[in-house]
Write a protein that binds this ligand. Structure first.
Ligand code: F6P
Length: 342
């Protein structure tokens, strides 16, 4: 078969592990031919692609980023965008596409699948907010990087009797904040799914102080908002999919703490550090399992589906299940983090 591979949306550790697994099994077991579409849907609209040979699928397992490049380009936003994609799919004489992306990229894949493009999706995002799968690859790396940062910040916060606010990614879902908060022993974790007032936060830190703890670590997801104000005031711009560019909530939290409790506070924004660099062993393995499953699904003609982790098994699920809503943090997990607040 002749198969096109593309990566879309924000980059994520483990993308190259998926690409490698798809290509290696495709060439060695199925005698497939591959082309790499550059920069997500943008490349399929403008016919920007490269032929991929076996050597291109070597030496990339441990690399961060994506050898194919990525973008947040949405064909729906461009005049005739979907027609261009359909035309170029034919022009390239492709038999199938493997689409590696998050909710936005897989949402476009679903629309194309409804227009009879044979494709298989692979769920990618550090945010872990894709439904129908227990986990997307990239999440484990982001949590590990955030946890290491929290560990380092702990010792300096304690030495200086400071409150350090650690801002992590997560627009609608606070998975990274919750997991890194639990792993790093955060004193408060603030996520978009749970509403807190400024007083609630101040209260928790004050409670620590009465127990002789004059330092605190607060982990906040970028999409968190206090009951009193809205992140809508902090929007800088939106992308092609209407996602807002956030940032700044950490500073807001740190300022309130400093002002009301008179404790020196600092903010550390981890941002894109969470997305860059080498994937953890877990993400390399999950990415590899997803890649192998994706190429097998192509050959079984399980189109309009994506790979999903269910327990320890990778299974095919309909794309529509994956993208129907953003998977938010479940109450049980957040309750575990809450036990250690204040
Ligand atoms: O990949 C999703 C994400 O990690 C979000 O949590 C974050 O808001 C966004 O990427 C920012 O990415 P960019 O700066 O590439 O738009």
């Amino acid at each position: 078969m002749k198969i096109g591979l593309l990566t879309g949306g924000g980059d994520c550790p483990g993308l190259n592990a998926v690409i490698r697994a798809v290509g290696r099994k495709g060439i060695d077991y199925y005698n497939d031919k591959f082309i790499g579409i550059k920069h997500g849907w943008a490349g399929l609209m403008s016919l920007d692609y490269v032929d991929l040979e076996r050597k291109n699928f070597s030496g990339i397992l441990h690399l961060g980023g994506t050898i194919l490049g990525s973008s947040r380009t949405n064909p729906a936003k461009e005049e005739g965008g979907f027609d261009k994609v359909l035309k170029n799919f034919k022009e390239l004489e492709l038999d199938a596409l493997v689409v590696i992306g998050g909710n936005d990229t897989l949402g476009v894949a679903l629309k194309l699948s409804d227009k009879s493009i044979p494709l298989v999706g692979v769920p990618k995002t550090i945010d872990n907010d894709i439904s129908a799968t227990d986990m997307s690859f990239g999440f484990d790396t982001a949590v590990s990087v955030a946890t290491e940062a929290i560990d380092r910040l702990h010792t300096t916060a304690e030495s200086h009797h400071r409150c350090i606010v650690v801002e992590v990614m997560g627009r609608h879902a606070g998975w990274i904040a919750t997991h890194a908060g639990i792993a790093g022993g955060a004193d408060i974790v603030l996520i978009p799914e749970e509403s807190f007032s400024i007083d609630d936060v101040i209260d928790k830190i004050q409670r620590r102080m009465t127990r002789g703890k004059f330092f605190s670590i607060v982990v906040v997801a970028e999409g968190f908002q206090f009951k009193e104000n809205s992140w809508k005031d902090r929007i800088r711009e939106t992308d092609d999919f209407g996602n807002v560019r956030l940032g700044g909530v950490g500073e807001l939290v740190a300022n309130e703490i400093e002002k009301r409790l008179n404790i020196e506070s600092r903010v550390v924004v981890l941002g894109h550090v969470l997305r860059g660099g080498v994937p953890t062993a877990f993400d390399r393995i999950l990415g590899t399992k997803y890649g192998i499953a994706a190429i097998d699904m192509v050959h079984k003609e399980q189109f309009g589906m994506m790979t999903a982790l269910r327990g320890t098994k990778v299974v095919p699920v309909p794309l529509v299940e994956g993208v129907k809503e953003s998977k938010t943090v479940d109450k049980e997990t957040y309750e575990i983090a809450k036990v250690f607040f204040g």
